[in-house]
Design a protein around this ligand. Sequence first.
Ligand SMILES: Cc1ncc(COP(=O)(O)O)c(C=O)c1O
Length: 386
Amino acid sequence: MLQSKLPNVGINIFSRISKLANEHQAINLGQGFPDYNMNPQLAQYVNEAMQKGFNQYLPMEGYLPLRNAIADKVNKAYGCNVQPTTNITITPGGTYAIYCAITAVIQTGDEVIVFEPAYDSYIPNIELNGGKVVPIKLEHPTYAINWEQVAAAVNTRTKLIIINTPHNPSGSILSAHDMQQLDKIIAGKDIYIISDEVYEHLIFDDHVHESVLRYPRLASRAFVCFSFGKLFDCTGWKIGYCIAPEILSAELRKIHQYNCFSVNSAMQAGIAHFMQHNNTYTQINIELQKKRDLLRQLIKDNTPFKLLPGKGTYFELYSYAHFSQLTEIEMVHALIKNCGVAAIPVSAFYSHAPVDNKVIRLCFAKKEETLQEAAQRLKGCESILK
Ligand SMILES: Cc1ncc(COP(=O)(O)O)c(C=O)c1O
């Protein structure tokens, strides 16, 4: 009989909630994807690329003009000196870049520090590689990192620390102080970093994204992972990239070479063209902040849910501990079935010890009318959610 390599993994929460939401015709504020159209110019450039013949394999590392455009962007934004040829690898999405980075670094028995709640791919990817997950809980309700706990968890088996800023699901961000703490903890040790920065431009209220790329010592040991899906409102395109020092990129490319080899050509060429002619995408946060503020106001005006304010991503967390004793899973089922609105339970982002703080995650990357309709459906929901 086949012995599962991931015996504890089933269909993930996003797929389950989306299925239930469809069955009940609920408005899906659960899964993180925009329900509005992406920039038509980018779609047109990708179309044109296909017509011009970008339909065959491109180099394994990625289309050089695209890597040039990325280097220009990050070097300007983060004051770094990323080289397109040696440091940037184009990947089929951010999740895949993270998988390759974990696979490049982790040997059987190596320990990996993961902060929970965590994006759901990290832990299965570590376990597939024979690594041992060392989960550290972010502090509720701020979802900040307790660095004393991190320092205490580090030992000679620690090989990797995975950070994520802006953070899914909480929307918290890491500060310069956090980066200094991380730097202190790994100084002189054989520890690598994966920095999941797929939400780098989804940051609000004039907060600054503290990319690991701003910190040369950290960057010298880091795989920094990005996603065009988040940047260009096309999450289904599954295209992203990883920035890492030459030696680490070489190891990551060994994995990439035999898993994907070459990412979708027309998309690489279309995105390169777009980035050469347009940099307004770096202001995606302005429109998104309006949506976030609208959702905040609508939830405040129409429901008893209490905001746990975030600073970035597509998501905000809402607490109901003050009015309902339902578990988070019970709450999201009740919301779908009784109110016609889908949310994600934050407990789904913890893999080891069960945590139920009575908090749900809502996605605000939606049209204004979607958010208005969701609020209408939630009006007066308190009595049926106890
Ligand atoms: C924290 C985090 N990392 C990575 C990803 C995945 O990015 P991609 O769709 O490019 O694989 C997501 C998507 O939801 C995410 O939330």
